[in-house]
Ligand binder design. Structure first.
Ligand code: NAP
Length: 346
């Protein structure tokens, strides 16, 4: 008989919702023992020092209360770099520590993090020291998955693979992942890790109706090799919602506040596509974001869609979509409306 859920949780004001595991579905990450929620929460935006801490806490706890167990971070999420991990660490210490074994925490290293030659790329030095810093910021002994955030063309793949394998063996990460790697490099990394008896658990590519490049070689590789995927920016950073339909950038939206999306994305071509997607969504009885999330989840290579959220209701909308099944007519109607954001920016 398991311990009553509240027995060891009397020292925190937060108590997780008792029914939290009934809202979201869980999918197996490739050929592994790990189940991940079909919707995960990413802390790239909205969790730096530029947002109120009480709102950040509300969003994270709401996600957990709705059954989201996977929280996706990286060393340099902020602003400033490291701030999102600190924010998450604060919530972990205050509220979620008793639930640590119910959480699947991801972090990454690969892009610019600290000055000098060792704070960027794919070297053993960078990956080991960055993970140590991430653990300190989050106040946890281990992460569940540690990703090489990008393929660093200047570092031999063997060095990055060896570092990931040794990190997993050290117990500071339970699993290894890669992000933004090509199909070819993914296969090579999977082989190198397998040679060390370490499983490549997850790939993290950008994937949405506006970023379809993983279809084909990458997803085929993942399916063939039993590698899961946690796909990011399924709403194209919010373009695949109703908020930009007028062509204006509303105050408080990501296009108004972030460096990573601005009004230049609202070209006539994209606006026409978004309006077309809205018509399909209306006919399907879904909102645009619900349709966009359901669309990425339809692909058999996708384990989880990592959404971002600036308010708790956005999480509810994604979770509502996670069980929607899109019929052939809807999928066919969307075929001509998707796109490939050339620079891959959203
Ligand atoms: N591995 C990588 O290289 C990489 C790169 C990028 C992202 N990621 C991961 O993926 C996560 C998600 O990325 P993302 O934030 O770009 O995902 P996204 O889900 O495509 O966009 C999220 C944004 O869309 C808006 N939104 C979400 N739901 C909405 C709704 N129902 N109605 C209206 N607006 C809605 C919100 O922005 P506003 O309300 O502010 O407008 C929200 O912050 C990141 O946090 C990170 O963990 C990984």
């Amino acid at each position: 008989m398991p311990l009553d859920a509240d027995d060891h949780r009397l020292d925190t004001a937060y108590a997780a919702a008792p029914g939290r595991y009934s809202d979201v579905s869980y999918r197996r990450a490739g050929h592994s023992g790990v189940l991940l929620p079909s919707i995960s929460l990413g802390l790239w935006q909205n969790f730096g020092r530029n947002r109120p801490a009480d709102r950040q806490r509300e969003i994270v706890l709401h996600a957990f209360d709705r059954g989201i167990t996977q929280f996706d971070l990286a060393n340099n999420y902020g602003p400033p770099y490291g701030a999102a991990e600190k924010t998450f660490g604060g919530i972990l210490a205050r509220d979620l520590a008793p639930y640590r074994d119910e959480l699947f925490i991801a972090t990454k290293a690969g892009y610019d993090m600290w000055p000098g030659p060792y704070g960027d790329g794919g070297s053993r030095k960078y990956l080991f020291r960055s993970l140590e810093q991430s653990l300190t910021r989050m106040g946890t002994d281990y992460v569940d998955v540690f990703y090489s955030h990008r393929r660093d063309p200047e570092t031999p793949l063997e060095e990055t693979a060896q570092a990931l394998a040794d990190i997993v063996r050290s117990g500071k990460a339970l699993y290894a992942g890669i992000s933004n790697y090509s199909a070819e490099d993914t296969a090579a990394m999977a082989d190198l890790l397998a040679g060390q008896s370490v499983k490549l658990l997850l790939h993290q590519p950008r994937y949405s109706l506006f970023a379809r490049h993983p279809e084909g070689a990458l997803f085929d590789t993942l399916l063939e090799r039993g590698i899961g995927s946690a796909v990011f920016s399924p709403l194209a950073q919010g373009l695949l919602t109703g908020k930009y339909l007028s062509g204006e950038v509303p105050a408080g939206s990501r296009a108004a506040d972030s460096w990573y999306l601005d009004g230049s994305a609202l070209t006539d071509d994209y606006l026409t596509r978004i309006r077309g997607i809205k018509e399909v969504a209306d006919r399907a009885g879904l909102s645009i974001p619900a349709l966009a999330v359901a669309w990425v989840l339809r692909h058999p290579a996708v384990t989880s869609a990592i959404i971002g959220a600036s308010r708790p209701e956005q999480i509810d909308e994604a979770i509502g979509a996670s069980t929607a099944v899109l019929d052939d007519a809807v999928l066919a109607a969307l075929e001509g409306l998707g796109a490939e954001s050339g620079a891959g920016l959203f």
